[in-house]
Design a protein around this ligand. Structure first.
Ligand code: F0G
Length: 354
């Protein structure tokens, strides 16, 4: 097939761009749908499961889908700088796309709670990184206030162009599967992405490309579960190993709850041990290394998949790449790297158990 042009060009008819929009792209999107046979086997009853591995985007997360749109529109509006608050992935994507567009990028992060790979990305792409002694929710409140007062373009998911770009993941899943799945399992943090998927599935249904929309099954970390009661109930001190979704007051919370309810699905919680068990299962039995927040989607499926009808087709969104958070991988691993041995065959053979 033809070279993939990036998601804006591929889905241009669905997106608010024109001839005057300078498209800032790293050829994001077109990520693979990978069957998860071991997860499917655990569920049984003929249920088939796939991962939409959005960690294979150019900066390693689904944020690239939103950022190609947000930064293209910022450039069209002749902005000189972009700004975001982030648990890490948004800042990495904003930094990369701003670099490509020749814009300055400012990113506000919660000190001590951004995974190492994400921080490295923001820095190497040339973003101006500002850490606060506070959490993501506080950082988001600050950047919203700053963007109101100063001429700078906010690229968090409260920027509507972000969700426009992110909805293309739903299109891709339908195009790849040839139909919509019955269930879509997805991690929920600031709650923009689940809302974007609902927009995407709804538009495809309106255009007659799919017949039914999936039930959206959103999963928050239990230490940051502001949406599980059916209304937004902010968590003052969110805590979870999945730092990407360590968010206590999701900006798109109401949208997300409405989307899940309309779809016949729900937003529920998974615990840190459940998240880490799914994280390890994906790596060891499926050969897929995603970040802890992404594993929440699979943890939720393992926990609630008994509710799915026999023969269901389920897609789990793996939002970020495991390499983002190498510390977590090393922390949970029972297999350790051996200490340096003498460089001899006998020593190595002994270490292998022979
Ligand atoms: N998964 C990953 C890997 C994320 O980085 C995020 C959000 C989510 C899931 C949740 O998506 O916020 O749309 O519900 N990360 C944001 C950031 C908050 O700053 O990178 P959501």
């Amino acid at each position: 097939g033809a070279h993939w042009p990036g998601l804006i060009e591929h889905y241009r008819e669905f997106l608010p761009v024109s001839d005057r929009t300078p498209i800032v792209t790293l050829r994001e999107g077109n990520t693979p749908l990978i069957e998860l046979a071991a997860v499917g086997e655990r569920l049984g009853r003929g249920i088939r499961v796939w991962a939409k591995f959005d960690g294979l985007n150019p900066t390693g997360s689904f944020k690239d889908r939103g950022m190609t749109m947000a930064v293209s529109k910022a450039k069209e509006a002749r902005a000189e700088a972009v700004l975001c608050a982030s648990t890490g992935n948004t800042s990495a994507a904003a930094a990369a796309y701003a670099a490509r567009a020749g814009l300055r990028a400012f990113v506000l992060i919660p000190e001590g709670y951004v995974a190492l790979g994400k921080l490295a990305q923001a820095v190497i792409y040339g973003a101006e990184v500002i850490a606060i002694r506070g959490n993501f929710d506080q950082a988001l409140a600050i950047v919203r206030a700053v963007a109101e007062r100063y001429p700078i373009n906010l690229v968090n998911s409260v920027n509507p162009y972000r969700l426009q770009g992110q909805k293309t993941a739903a299109f891709e899943i339908c195009d790849q599967l040839g139909t919509a799945p019955h269930w879509l399992c997805i991690p929920v943090g600031n709650a923009g992405n689940i809302a974007a998927y609902w927009m995407g599935f709804s538009e495809y249904a309106e255009r007659g490309r799919i017949r039914e929309r999936p039930r959206l099954q959103g999963f928050e970390a239990s230490g940051a579960a502001a949406l599980v009661g059916g209304s937004v109930q902010p968590v003052a001190r969110p805590e979870t190993v999945a730092t990407a979704i360590r968010i206590g007051n999701p900006a798109s919370g109401s949208l997300a709850i409405a989307a899940a309810q309309q779809s016949g699905g729900a937003i529920r919680a998974v615990s840190d041990p459940e998240i880490l068990a799914a994280y390890q299962l994906l790596a060891r039995e499926e050969g897929i290394f995603c970040e802890p927040a992404s594993a929440a989607a699979v943890a939720g499926l393992l926990k609630f998949g008994h509710e799915a009808a026999s023969g269901s087709q389920v897609v789990c969104v793996l939002t970020g790449n495991g390499l983002k958070d190498p510390d977590c991988a090393l922390r949970v691993s029972t297999l350790e790297v051996s200490p340096g041995l003498d460089p001899e065959v006998s020593a190595v053979a002994r270490a292998m158990g022979f």
